[in-house]
Ligand binder design. Structure first.
Ligand code: MN
Length: 424
């Protein structure tokens, strides 16, 4: 069964009266409701090609069946998400997990599904079949120039493929680091990485960006060569104006103040990419907003404030993507929940009374500052998010539609129960 517009329309018509009651109440509570709805309609969050299958841990993997077997089916799945929520209008590919052979056909299929190609992701954290040299001890940082060159060449090849598809950014995440004290000379590892990144940077087309993603630990457990935002900012500052830091919410040490990090990166004009997920312990890759929704709101509050301070366009000037894994949920339902949580936090951040907050900050009225933020966080703005979906022609309640039309059962029927999405 293909999900058609009339399926969504019929579902929406059942929920419409109740939705309109809720919407009119929220509109009476929130100033600028129309402004917020339009921002929500415009906002798009890319879905990575590797998020469509069931994830796993080093202990096991439990498939939910019907997973996409190739890039065409991945595009179809994201097209389905986009049809349901109107906010998933981009796909982020990972090379070599995604092999694009028929570029024109893939571009046409993406366009049919209303999707753009977001940042391209390179992979030098695994050895691929037939690869000449191993990344066991790192890639761009490696002590052997030949290994560094191999990983530089891979990144340049990813840029080439991205150009053909119409992407305009490269995300570099490195597993590089060390597992034991003494294994690495930190300065040499940094300099080698910088030199390698400089070569990749030189291969960027004029309108491209490169995002340098950091991560505190894992898979290396003693040091990571791009370990935190300071190290990423060092690289991106040295590289030049097309290089930006990428923040992944799960890549910090526990209790890091991520909202402060994004505020300062925006101030420096160096926040380029953003990966959403949630966590309780480490890089848990849980559904956005499922653990710490207040933190997600506080981060969005700084994103909105910091972007507005620089006159940035929310939907375009940072590459937004979900980077999560789904071990026990249906991946598509999980992604719908993540997008919903992100949109709610964004709506809440847009509803903060900025002028009142600035005034309260200027006189150090701490209580008032907290009242203003919590007023925004505690106001239920789900009807604004639903209204944005309605205006985009999407579903008022996406997960309900997904279940009502038994989409997973249909995918299993078409693709089989034992499929494994590439890369996972
Ligand atoms: Mn990430």
């Amino acid at each position: 069964m293909k999900l058609e517009n009339y399926h969504i329309e019929s579902h929406n018509s059942e929920l419409l009266a109740r939705h309109e009651q809720r919407l009119s109440f929220v509109k009476s509570e929130v100033a600028d409701a129309e402004y917020i709805i339009q921002k929500l309609v415009d906002f798009q969050i890319a879905i990575p090609s590797w998020a469509l299958g069931t994830g796993g841990t080093r202990f096991g993997r439990f498939s939910s069946g019907g997973e996409p077997r190739n890039i065409e089916e991945k595009i179809e799945d994201i097209g389905l998400l986009h049809k349901l929520n109107g906010s998933s209008g981009a796909i982020s590919l990972h090379i070599p997990w995604d092999t694009v052979e028929n570029t024109a056909g893939i571009k046409a299929l993406a366009a049919q599904n209303g999707l753009k190609f977001d940042a391209m992701n390179s992979n030098t954290f695994q050895d691929q079949q037939g690869q000449a040299l191993s990344y066991k001890f790192g890639s761009l940082q490696h002590v052997d120039k030949a290994v560094r060159q191999q990983s530089i060449n891979h990144n340049i090849e990813v840029i080439r493929q991205g150009v053909e598809l119409g992407s305009n950014a490269l995300t570099v995440w490195l597993a590089d680091g060390s597992c034991f004290p003494g294994q690495l000379n930190f300065r040499n590892a940094f300099q080698n990485t910088l030199e390698s990144l400089t070569e990749i940077y030189a291969a960027l087309p004029a309108d491209w960006k490169v995002f340098v993603e950091y991560k505190a630990f894992e898979p290396n457990f003693y040091s990571t060569t791009v370990g935190d935002w300071g190290q990423s900012l060092l690289y991106t500052s040295k590289l030049g104006p097309k290089a930006f830091t990428l923040v992944d919410l799960g890549h910090h040490l526990p209790n890091a103040n991520i909202e402060q990090i994004v505020a300062l990166l925006l101030m420096e004009g160096k926040l380029g990419g953003f990966h959403f997920n949630d966590s309780k312990y480490g890089d848990d890759d849980l559904t956005a907003g499922s653990m710490k929704p207040y933190q997600l709101f506080l981060i969005f509050n700084e994103l909105v404030e910091g972007m507005d301070a620089r006159g940035m366009i929310h939907k375009d000037d940072v590459a937004w993507m979900i980077d999560a894994s789904h071990n026990v949920k249906d991946p598509l339902e999980d992604l719908l929940q993540s997008v919903e949580a992100i949109m709610i936090a964004y709506a809440q951040a847009l509803s903060v009374d900025r002028k009142a907050l600035q005034e309260a900050q200027a006189v150090s009225d701490v209580v008032r500052c907290q009242e203003i933020l919590q007023q925004a966080f505690r106001t239920d703005l789900r009807a604004l998010v639903a209204e944005a979906r309605l205006r985009a022609g999407a579903a008022l309640a996406p997960v309900e539609v997904f279940r009502k039309y038994q989409i997973r059962a249909e995918l299993i029927k078409n693709r089989g129960n034992k499929t494994v999405a590439t890369g996972l």
